[in-house]
Design a protein. Structure first.
Length: 556
C-alpha cells in the first residue's frame, strides 16, 4: 500500500486489496472510502469484495465513485459530508489516489485558503494546481493551461498502445511520443484462461508497466477524463490539459459487472467466478478442482466482447479436467450463450461440436444472464424465442463462470470520438477516425467489425503507426487492415482449434494445412499458445517487431 496523508483525519491511496484490511486496521484507520467505479480495470477488486473484507477487519466501508477526471463540485460536497460522519482517521482510494485527493480539495473550497489546499496536496504527492484553477474558474477547466504538448499522444498502454508506440519508434526513433495510462501493471490477458485451468501461474501474465513502455516514450501516469479534438487536446484527471499533433486512442473495454443484478455482490464466492479478472482466475481453477458433482454453468453475454471464444475455452478446459478426474459423468454442464451460434465462423464449428458431444455439454442459445443469487445458487436468464418474445429462465448451479457484458469506457462513450453506440468511430481499413483526420484508434474500443483479440491488435498496430506518419506527411502510402483476428480455442489440455479469420469471417490461416489445420484440434497449436505466443507477445509485439504482421499498402 502507498498511503499518503493529507491531514490527521484523512489519507488517500491508490487501489487497495482485500488482504490490506488487517494492516489498515493495525495502522489505526477506522473507515475506508472507495472513489473508483467497479469495472475500470481487469485487476480491480469489486467494491463488494473490499466492503466484506473491511467489515471482517472491523472497518467501515463506503462507496462514492467518480469517473477519472470528472469529479464534480457536488461529489466534492458529498465527499465532505461523508467524511464528517465517519469515524476517523479515514483512508480514501481510487486507481491512483488522484480522484480522492481532488474530492478532498473540492470539499475544502471556501473552507481552506487555496494556498493551503495546494501545499497539503503537494506534500502528499498530488499536483492539484489545475484543480485550484478550476475552483477559481468557477468549475470550468481552462484549456489554455496546457501541461504538455507532444507530436503523438497515445491513450492506453495495453497491448495496442505499447505496440503502436514501439512500431512508431521502429519507423522513426526521433518521434516525440507520450503514452497516457494510470496503471502500474501490464497484463497478458490471453493467459488468464490458462491460469483458470491450472496451466499458468498468475504472475506469468503480469509485468510492470515501467519495464514495457518503450525507451524514449514519455509516460503520463494519469487517466483521461475527456477529449477536445477540435482543440487537439485531452483533459486528464486533476483537470490537466495535454495537447497533441496526432492522437492514437486504444483504451480497451470496460467490464460492465453492474449490468447483471447481484453479480458484483457474489463474484469471487458462492461458486461464482470469472477468468476476466486477474485475481479471480485462480478461483476458477479452485472451483474446478473441488467440483465432484452437480451443475456447472458457463455464460456468454451479447457481442461485442473481447475474445469471443474465451467463454467456451474455460468450459472445455474445465470439462477436460473433470473427464481426466473421472467425475464428468456426475457433472451437468450448460453453456448459456446470449448469441444464436456456437462460434461465428462456421468452418470451426464442427470440431467444437465434437467436443460439445464428448463432454456432454448442453447448449443453451439465446440465454442472456440478467441476475445471480449467489447464496441461493440461482442464475436468472432472459431467453429470446423464435417468435420474438422473451421469457425468464432460472437455473441452479454449483459453479458458474460468468463473462460480463462489455462496453467502451465511459470517457469514450460520451466523447466526440464516439459513434451512436459509444464506440470510437473509425474507418475499418485505415483505422483513422471518420471525422478527425489526426485521430486514429485501434484495439477493443473501436467500431471496426473485427474480433476483439490481442491478435487483432498485433495486426492493427503497424497499420496505425504507418498511417499516423502518412498524416504527418512523412510517407506517401497508406496501410490497410484486413480485419485479421485469431482465437486459439483450447478444447482440451494439450489441443487447440486455431481459429484465424478476416473481416466477414473469411478463414485466414497463418500456417500451411499440413503443419496446423486450424479447423481440427492440434497439439502443435497448443504448443504455439502455451510456449510461443507469450514470448512473442512480450519480446515481439510489444517491442515493435512486426513478424507476420506487415500490412498491405496502397497509394495515398
Amino acid at each position: 500500500m502507498e498511503i499518503r496523508k493529507l491531514n490527521d483525519e484523512l489519507s488517500v491511496s491508490p487501489q487497495i486489496l482485500m488482504e490490506d484490511m488487517a494492516a489498515l486496521k493495525a495502522a489505526g484507520f477506522r473507515a475506508v472510502v472507495c472513489n473508483r467505479p467497479d469495472g475500470e480495470g481487469s485487476d480491480q477488486p469489486l467494491f463488494s469484495e473490499i466492503e466484506d473484507a473491511a467489515r471482517a477487519a472491523g472497518l467501515e466501508a463506503h462507496y462514492l465513485p467518480a469517473e477519472p477526471g470528472k469529479v464534480t463540485d457536488q461529489q466534492g460536497t458529498d465527499f465532505g459530508s461523508l467524511l464528517a460522519g465517519l469515524p476517523k482517521p479515514v483512508l480514501a482510494y481510487c486507481r491512483t489516489g488522484m480522484r480522492s485527493a481532488t474530492m478532498w480539495a473540492l470539499s475544502q473550497s471556501g473552507k481552506l485558503p487555496l494556498t493551503e489546499i495546494l501545499q497539503t496536496s503537494s506534500s502528499a504527492g498530488y499536483d492539484l494546481k489545475a484543480v485550484v484553477r478550476r475552483i477559481v474558474n468557477k468549475g470550468k477547466t481552462p484549456l489554455e493551461a496546457v501541461e504538455a504538448t507532444h507530436q503523438i499522444v497515445i491513450v492506453g498502454a495495453g497491448a495496442a498502445g505499447i505496440s503502436v508506440a514501439a512500431s512508431l519508434l521502429a519507423r522513426d526513433a526521433s518521434l516525440d511520443i507520450a503514452i497516457v495510462d494510470p496503471a502500474d501493471i501490464h497484463y497478458y490477458q490471453p493467459g488468464w484462461t490458462l491460469v483458470g485451468a491450472g496451466v499458468f501461474q498468475p504472475k506469468q501474465t503480469a509485468r510492470t508497466m515501467a519495464s514495457l513502455i518503450p525507451r524514449g516514450v514519455h509516460w503520463i501516469k494519469a487517466a483521461v477524463a475527456a477529449f477536445e479534438p477540435d482543440n487537439n487536446a485531452i483533459i486528464l484527471d486533476g483537470c490537466r490539459v495535454v495537447k497533441y499533433q496526432q492522437l492514437v486512442v486504444c483504451p480497451g473495454l470496460k467490464l460492465n459487472w453492474g449490468a447483471v443484478e447481484g453479480l458484483s455482490e457474489t463474484l469471487g464466492r458462492n461458486g461464482v467466478t470469472s477468468n476476466y479478472l486477474y485475481h479471480l482466475a485462480p478461483y476458477t481453477w479452485e472451483l474446478v478442482q473441488k467440483l465432484r458433482g452437480g451443475r456447472a454453468l458457463f455464460t456468454q453475454p451479447p457481442m461485442p466482447i473481447k475474445c469471443a471464444g474465451a467463454p467456451q475455452k474455460s468450459m472445455y478446459l474445465s470439462a477436460d479436467h473433470w473427464l481426466r478426474s473421472g467425475v464428468l459423468d456426475k457433472i451437468e454442464i450448460d453453456f448459456c450463450n446470449a448469441g444464436a451460434v456456437l462460434f461465428g465462423v462456421p468452418e470451426y464449428v464442427p470440431a467444437l461440436n465434437e467436443y460439445v458431444a464428448k463432454y456432454g455439454i448442453n447448449l443453451q442459445f439465446s440465454h442472456n444472464l440478467t441476475a445471480i443469487d449467489g447464496p441461493g445458487r440461482i442464475a436468472t436468464f432472459s431467453r429470446s424465442n423464435a417468435d420474438g418474445s422473451k421469457e425468464t429462465i432460472q437455473q441452479s448451479f454449483d459453479m458458474i463462470h460468468v463473462v460480463p457484458p462489455q462496453v467502451a469506457p465511459d470517457f469514450i462513450r460520451v466523447s466526440p470520438l464516439a459513434d451512436a453506440a459509444g464506440w470510437i468511430d473509425v474507418d475499418q481499413s485505415t483505422l483513422r477516425h471518420k471525422r478527425f483526420a489526426n485521430v486514429h484508434a485501434l484495439g477493443d474500443a473501436t467500431n471496426s467489425p473485427n474480433a476483439k483479440t490481442a491478435a487483432a491488435a498485433r495486426k492493427q498496430a503497424p497499420v496505425v503507426a504507418h498511417n499516423v506518419l502518412a498524416e504527418m506527411g512523412m510517407v506517401n502510402t497508406y496501410a490497410r487492415y484486413d480485419g485479421y483476428g485469431s482465437c486459439p480455442l483450447t478444447v482440451e489440455r494439450g489441443k487447440i482449434v486455431l481459429a484465424e479469420f478476416l473481416y466477414g469471417g473469411k478463414v485466414a490461416p497463418s500456417f500451411p494445412k499440413w503443419l496446423i489445420d486450424g479447423t481440427r484440434p492440434s497439439r502443435l497449436a497448443w504448443l504455439l499458445k502455451e510456449r510461443i505466443l507469450p514470448p512473442l507477445y512480450w519480446q515481439g509485439m510489444l517491442k515493435g517487431r512486426e513478424w507476420l504482421a506487415e500490412p498491405e499498402m496502397t497509394d495515398r
